[in-house]
Structure formats: structure tokens, C-alpha cells
Design a protein around this ligand. Structure first.
Ligand code: BGC
Ligand code: MG
Length: 545
């Protein structure tokens, strides 16, 4: 092994407080070997692109050994790279290069469940009920006269019962796919194992972790019923995510795990951080995941559900800022990720959706805190809605008819024909097909093209880095009176400068006066005298120094 000597980037331990983090969905980013699947070497080759884009860090979705039932969120070996994605040596080279370019690396950790191909689960199936092998997972006896009914009424997030029966009659819990058995986090071996996994990747130089299903590891004692589920004609239990309590999510005891993890992170130099994918009933409960003795951040997912309206956006921002005050940590803004329909499509798709998505992104990037971008949003990619069913791979598709494949289509890099340079020259393979209309959206088509979405992101990220009113220590958000109900305007100040972000969500152009000079705009501004006119579905930043 060539364990590189990982050098922390700088002594800026608080880098994550204002970072722009770019989410790389590894199998769809760049394919270096022509097998149609993105890989670590592909990421390494594209690092200069990400540096030029102007992001601070990458979050890599799971690239560990996996049968890929859930796109790698079903891990069979947490300490090795799946051959599909490369080798540990590729990982070491990639992180070394990333650090040399000033880019930090966050990796995904999936502690709630393993793959059913994990040696622990294989051993559990081979062992008898009540054995130590089974104790690392959540096996239980069924209900009904002969144990033929699941132990309780819990529903998988992917639809259907959260329990599967094994040949000897016991059932095991899987909050996701049956190929993702839930671990028993009350078992000391499980805790010790993951502490070792954290150290393994910290030793390899990672700058942080994104914790998958961070709210899920502890289940209520006695495995009590929820009381309803969609299998018996009720609501989906998952509708309560972020809105109510479920006996398998957000249990108080989960915090002990993070209190054990934090000292491990803190024992490494260079500001190693962790961000939780956590869903909790209230901002107060979400806040409990964050703090000097637990995690650094939890995603704020409210933007993912916001509609294109001034009221909706304003509410999301005010709520998230209030949450940030409760937790004493910066907000984490997310407009798109690998689990949600892309924001171009959520805002109406086509030209309108793209205009609005660009405006929303500009709005997000002017806000204080940390912003998470999802690969391809800087190209204005829409959701691919017409993937043939037989090509869809999301396990939830078979169980619920809903699929997340449409936001996971490989990135178009260059050229006229799909898969647009996703692989090496001449390679025609890609694990999901890109639409015939994506040539104009490729990186090569947009780079250097005035007005392209890529150039908009580059300009916005450059300004965000350079502008004193957007600096980490700049003041928060001050809302301004605007000309109409569909217009949002807020001001940031810092270092003697002032930056105003205006978003036009109304149905008429708005005249902007008195905010100073335009810095970046998502659509062309037209001038009238000293003022500017901001078109419908557009956003712009203005500055005064
Ligand atoms: C990930 C999903 C995954 C699920 C199960 C989620 O939080 O973001 O992509 O399917 O966890 O691991
Ligand atoms: Mg490949």
C-alpha cells in the first residue's frame, strides 16, 4: 500500500463554515476506463475543472465494495474501493491531487445498514437464531400464530414492509432495501467497527464525512408499531420524515454515537468535519445533532421542497437561518442532490425551469453559510424524465414506482453524441443514457460561452470568494423592502462593502435603483438611466463599496 502522507490543506479548521461543497455522484461523474461507470481516476482527471469552477470541497458518494443494489449505499466492505470505481491507490492519488489543488474531500459513510453481502450479514444468515452473529443486526420473531407476520408494522423507505423473513423463520429489519439490513447499534462490536472505519479514512487524509441516515441508527426499545402504513391502505410512514416522530428515527440514544465520534475527528489536524443527513421533527431536535461535542452540520433540506414563489423561498431562508441560530452553526443550503428531482425540473422544466434554477442558485450562493452543489447543476441539467423503465436501477422504483435515476444520468463533458465524453475518447458506454439534447449542455459547449450556466456559476463562485460582503465573517441577511410582492431582496455587508441580491419571482420585470453596480446576474439586465431592469425569473447581485 502506498499510504500517501496526507497533508492537511491549511490550518483553517473552520473551512466548512462557509465552504461550497460539490457533490460527486461517483458512478456518473467521469469514466476513465470506458466501462460506462464513473470512477476515482475519472474524478482525478477532472479535478482541474472543479478547481476552476471555484468550489472548496468535494463530497463523494459511496465508492466502497458493493453489489450496487442501492447505488453503493449498500456497502460490503467499508475499507476498500469497489473495482468498478478503482483501487485504494487510486483513492490516495486522487486525494493527494485534490489537496494539491486546494480541494478538500468529504466521503460518505453508511452506518445504518450494511449490504446483505457484507461478511457479517452472510455469517448472520448462516448462524442460528439467538447467535452472536445475528446480534449485530436486528433479527426478531414474527407475529401471528406461526410467526408468519412481520414483527411490527414498520415500512421500508423504499416501500413495502421493512422486514424480510429468512428460511429458519426469523425476520430481519431493513429500513431500505432487503439487501440493506439494519445494524444493531446497541452492539459494542458495531460501534467499535465504525470508529475503526472513521480512522481508516481519516488516516488516508479525508477532510470530512457525510453521514448517511444519521438519524436512523437507534431504534426504540421493544420495536413498537407506528400505527399505520401504506401496506394496509394508510399513509406512507416516510411522509413523517422531518415532520413527525417515528420509532426507528431520531431516538435520543443516537447522540451517544456522535459524542463518541467527535473526539476521533478532533484528534486529527486540519478541521475534519461531519455533516449529517438527518431528519427530525423540529428544528430544535435537528439542532441536537450539531455542536462542539457532536457533528458540525446537518443538511437543511427545506429548499428541496420549496416552490418557486417569494413566500416559499423567504420562509425557507428565514427558517434555516433561525435553525442556524439555535445550533450555533452555519446553514447548509441544498437545492439538488442525488435523491431529489433536479431543481431545473422542479421549477417548471424547459426554458422557464432553467431560468428559475439559475436564479435560485444565485440566491443560494449569496446566503451565509455552506452551500452544497450537486454535480451537473452548474450545467443547468434537467431531470431526465423519459428513461426507459428497464434501464432504471433505483431499488425504490420496483417497490414504489418512484425512481431517482433521472438525476443520476452521467455528466456531459464534450462532443455532439451521447455519452458526451463521459468516458475516454471513442467510448460509447454509459450506465444510464444521456438525452440526445444534451450536446449544448456539455462542459465544452458552455465553457467560455458568455451567459452559459457554467459561466454563471463560475462568476458567482469567484465573486463569493472575493467579495468582503460575502466573507465568512460578514454580516447575515437583512431583508429589504421591495417594489412588489413577488420580489425578494436581501443585503449582506462586510469589510465596508455591501452586496444586495435581488430575485424576481413576479410576472413582470422590475426596476432596480440604488443598489449599486451589478456583479453577477442570472439573465441579462437592461439599463434605464442609472437603474437596471431585472427580467422575470431572474436574480442579480449588486454591490456598493
Ligand atoms: C441516501 C440514499 C440512499 C439511502 C439509503 C439516503 O440517505 O442519500 O441515496 O438510498 O440513504 O442508504
Ligand atoms: Mg469506469
Amino acid at each position: 500500500m502506498t499510504a500517501s502522507t496526507p497533508t492537511p490543506l491549511t490550518s483553517d479548521d473552520d473551512w466548512w463554515r462557509s465552504a461550497v461543497v460539490y457533490q460527486v455522484y461517483v458512478r456518473s461523474f467521469a469514466d476513465s476506463n470506458g466501462d460506462g461507470v464513473g470512477d476515482l481516476q475519472g474524478i482525478r482527471e477532472r479535478l482541474p475543472y472543479l478547481r476552476d469552477l471555484g468550489v472548496d470541497a468535494l463530497w463523494l458518494t459511496p465508492f466502497y465494495i458493493s453489489p450496487m443494489v442501492d447505488g453503493g449505499y449498500d456497502v460490503a466492505d467499508y475499507r476498500d474501493v469497489d473495482p468498478m470505481f478503482g483501487t485504494l491507490t487510486d483513492f490516495d492519488s486522487m486525494i493527494t491531487d485534490a489537496h494539491a489543488l486546494g480541494l478538500r474531500i468529504i466521503v460518505d459513510i453508511v452506518p445504518n445498514h450494511t449490504s446483505s453481502a457484507h461478511p457479517w450479514f452472510v455469517a448472520a444468515l448462516a448462524a442460528a437464531p439467538g447467535s452472536p452473529e445475528r446480534a449485530r443486526y436486528l433479527f426478531a420473531e414474527g407475529r401471528g400464530g406461526h410467526g408468519e407476520l412481520p414483527p411490527n408494522d414498520w415500512e421500508s423507505i423504499f416501500g413495502g414492509p421493512a422486514w424480510t423473513r429468512v428460511p429458519d423463520g426469523q425476520w430481519y429489519l431493513h429500513l431500505f432495501d432487503p439487501a440493506q439490513p439494519d445494524l444493531n447499534w446497541r452492539h459494542p462490536e458495531v460501534r467499535a467497527e465504525f470508529e475503526g472505519v472513521l480512522r481508516f479514512w481519516l488516516d488516508r487524509g479525508v477532510d470530512g464525512f457525510r453521514i448517511d441516515v444519521a438519524h436512523g441508527m437507534i431504534k426504540a426499545e421493544g420495536l413498537p408499531d407506528v400505527g399505520f402504513n401504506s401496506m394496509t391502505g394508510g399513509r406512507r410512514q416516510s411522509e413523517l420524515l422531518g415532520k413527525g416522530r417515528l420509532p426507528y428515527f431520531d431516538q435520543d440514544e443516537v447522540h451517544e454515537i456522535y459524542r463518541a465520534w467527535r473526539p476521533i475527528l478532533d484528534s486529527y489536524p486540519g478541521g475534519r468535519m461531519a455533516v449529517a443527513e438527518a431528519w427530525a421533527e423540529t428544528p430544535q431536535r435537528l439542532a441536537r445533532y450539531i455542536g462542539p461535542d457532536e457533528l458540525h452540520q446537518a443538511f437543511s433540506f427545506d429548499f428541496l421542497d420549496a416552490t418557486w414563489s417569494a413566500d416559499s423561498f423567504r420562509k425557507v431562508i428565514d427558517t434555516a437561518l433561525a435553525e442556524a441560530t439555535i445550533v450555533g452553526a452555519p446553514t447548509t443550503w441544498v437545492l439538488s442532490n442525488h435523491d431529489k428531482q433536479r431543481h431545473v425540473t422542479r421549477y417548471g422544466d424547459g426554458e422557464v425551469g432553467l431560468r428559475r434554477a439559475r436564479a435560485a442558485s444565485l440566491l443560494m450562493l449569496a446566503l451565509p453559510g455552506c452551500a452544497y452543489l450537486y454535480q451537473g447543476e452548474e450545467l443547468g441539467l434537467p431531470e431526465v424524465l423519459d428513461l426507459p423503465d428497464e434501464l432504471r436501477q433505483d431499488p425504490s422504483f420496483l417497490r414504489t414506482g418512484e425512481s431517482r435515476d433521472g438525476c443520476r444520468v452521467p455528466i456531459p463533458w464534450s462532443g455532439e453524441l451521447a455519452p458526451y465524453g463521459f468516458g475516454p475518447a471513442g467510448s460509447e458506454l454509459s450506465w444510464l443514457p444521456a438525452p440526445a439534447t444534451w450536446a449544448a449542455l456539455s462542459v465544452a459547449a458552455q465553457a467560455g460561452t458568455p451567459g452559459s450556466t457554467l459561466e454563471l456559476y463560475r462568476a458567482a463562485l469567484r465573486a463569493r470568494r472575493a467579495h468582503p460582503a460575502l466573507a465568512r465573517d460578514a454580516d447575515g441577511v437583512t431583508w429589504l423592502e421591495t417594489t412588489g410582492p413577488g420580489v425578494l431582496a436581501f443585503r449582506r455587508t462586510g469589510g465596508g462593502a455591501e452586496l444586495t441580491c435581488v430575485v424576481n419571482l413576479s410576472d413582470a420585470p422590475v426596476q432596480i435603483d440604488g443598489y449599486g453596480q451589478p456583479v453577477v446576474a442570472s439573465a441579462e439586465l437592461t439599463g434605464q438611466g442609472t437603474g437596471h431592469v431585472l427580467p422575470v425569473d431572474a436574480a442579480a447581485w449588486f454591490e456598493r463599496r
